[in-house]
Design a protein around this ligand. Structure first.
Ligand code: PMP
Length: 442
């Protein structure tokens, strides 16, 4: 037993008392019993060590139980856990100023929540109140949350329930240069491009033009003449690390603003240096959104989310009282503040860039070697490896080799941003071996 629990007890309780859906989607026939974590490593109850390349869905940003973050949490736990954010206490204000310094003007006003779904719910509400419009556009294949409101933004059948959701939410075609009909082999901002043909020439991206045409059609046919907002992740996370042609967001933002809408970047996965080249994913698209939503990496696994917007939009949101009991809680703020310090001190953004680029370049070699690897894409440590044939045998090998990554059709590699080149080599050797074994078995 570990912490007073045997494996059998935990499974029994899980079956009786936990969300049954989780049991259904448990990816491993043999469940993994995780007990402890440190930086990029996890240990199971038998003491077996795993390299964590998934980080709880890109959530553990600076490392499991990072010493600096743990110390800051401990210190705050001894001082003050909670009052309500109507009082003035140091951690909230210290953190607000610090976080704001990472965002370009005019993104300076912060609202705290406890999750990404809550942040996106709030962003929808604020966008509608500010613009006086109702309709919101998102990408097909996106995930923006599971609350009944955010579920309307989400466009992925497995996360949708047959209830009235998404009133006023419309999707547009995701500019996916790998799966989409127009190719786009040199049009995404990644060290590796697709091997698909594309008809671009002289810096003119035909695929981008077609996807923008699709957005224009959505604007002309599916929504009223004025809209509230356009939501987009800089790189789609749950959708499979999908990247768009380089100029797409810039042109899309212009069209949306012409229709009275505001532009919202969901940085829940891509923020806090994960894309390597920039602190925020949107900076890689050369745009400044009107609102940014964030969660996951902001707290390195501690529950916290935020919406950051402009003073002008914030002013439209003062007629009622918006209240959130735990949002901006002193402990959460102390944690998040130490996460920003750790990002600076450990150079995590640079690690994302260097180790991420190395991984991408090496994975592209495996793509060229094995026909089941269809696409390798991403930036920094937001990586996707899309399998193009039978997907299940490849997922099976994960656990026997002690590496975690997301085992859906596209393997997502989004580790804590403290991994090393040696860790990358360890993973690449295992992945190569798994692909080889699979091809041999066929
Ligand atoms: N936005 C994105 C891009 C996400 O990936 C997620 C979670 N996977 C959410 C929003 C929702 O976050 P949460 O689970 O914290 O509600």
């Amino acid at each position: 037993t570990v912490q007073g629990m045997s494996k059998e007890q935990m499974i029994d309780i899980r079956k009786r008392n936990c969300n049954p859906m989780i049991m259904k989607v448990t990816y491993y026939k043999k469940p993994v019993f995780i007990h402890q974590g440190y930086m990029q490593w996890l240990w199971d109850v038998d003491g077996k060590r795993y390299l964590d390349l998934f980080a709880g869905v890109a959530t553990v940003s600076v490392g499991h139980c990072h010493p600096k973050v743990t110390a800051a949490t401990e210190q705050q736990l001894k001082k003050l856990w909670h009052t309500t954010n109507i009082y003035v206490y140091p951690p909230l204000h210290e953190y607000c100023e610090k976080l704001a310094s990472y965002l370009p003007d005019p993104l300076k006003v912060i609202y705290f929540t406890n999750s990404g779904s809550e942040a996106n719910d709030l962003a929808m509400l604020m966008a509608r109140l500010h613009t006086g419009n109702y309709d919101i556009i998102t990408f097909r294949g996106s995930y923006h949350g599971g609350s009944p409101q955010a579920m309307g933004l989400t466009s992925n059948a497995i996360y949708k329930y047959p209830i009235a959701n998404g009133l006023g939410c419309t999707t547009t075609m995701c500019p996916d240069v790998f799966r989409g009909p127009w190719g786009g082999s040199h049009c995404r901002d990644s060290p590796v491009q697709t091997t698909r043909e594309c008809s671009c020439s002289h810096g003119h991206c035909v695929a981008n033009e077609q996807y923008i045409e699709q957005l224009k059609e959505t604007l002309a046919t599916s929504v009223p003449s004025r809209i509230a907002a356009f939501f987009g992740e800089p790189i789609q996370g749950v959708g499979g690390s999908v990247q768009y042609p380089k100029n797409y967001l810039k042109e899309a933002y212009k069209l949306v603003r012409e229709k009275g809408g505001i532009c919202i970047a969901d940085e829940v996965q891509t923020g806090f240096g994960r894309t390597g080249s920039h602190f925020w994913g949107f900076q890689g698209h050369d745009v400044v959104p009107d609102m940014v939503t964030m969660a996951k990496g902001i707290g390195n696994g501690f529950p916290l989310g935020a919406v950051v917007t402009t003073p002008e939009i914030a002013a439209s949101f003062t007629k009622g009282v918006h209240f959130n009991t735990f949002g901006g809680n002193p402990v959460a703020c102390a944690v998040a503040s130490s996460v920003l310090d750790a990002i600076q001190e450990d150079g995590t953004q640079q690690i994302s860039l260097e180790v991420g680029t190395y991984l991408l370049t090496e994975l592209a070699k495996l793509r060229d070697k094995y026909e089941i690897v269809g696409d390798v894409r991403g930036k920094g440590l937001q990586i996707g490896v899309e399998m193009v044939k039978d997907k299940s045998p490849v997922t099976k090998v994960n656990q026997s080799y002690s590496v975690f990554f997301s085992p859906l059709k596209t393997f997502r590699i989004q580790p804590p941003m403290c991994i090393t080149k040696e860790d990358a080599d360890f993973f690449l050797a295992i992945f190569n071996q798994s692909l080889y074994n699979y091809m041999e078995r066929r």
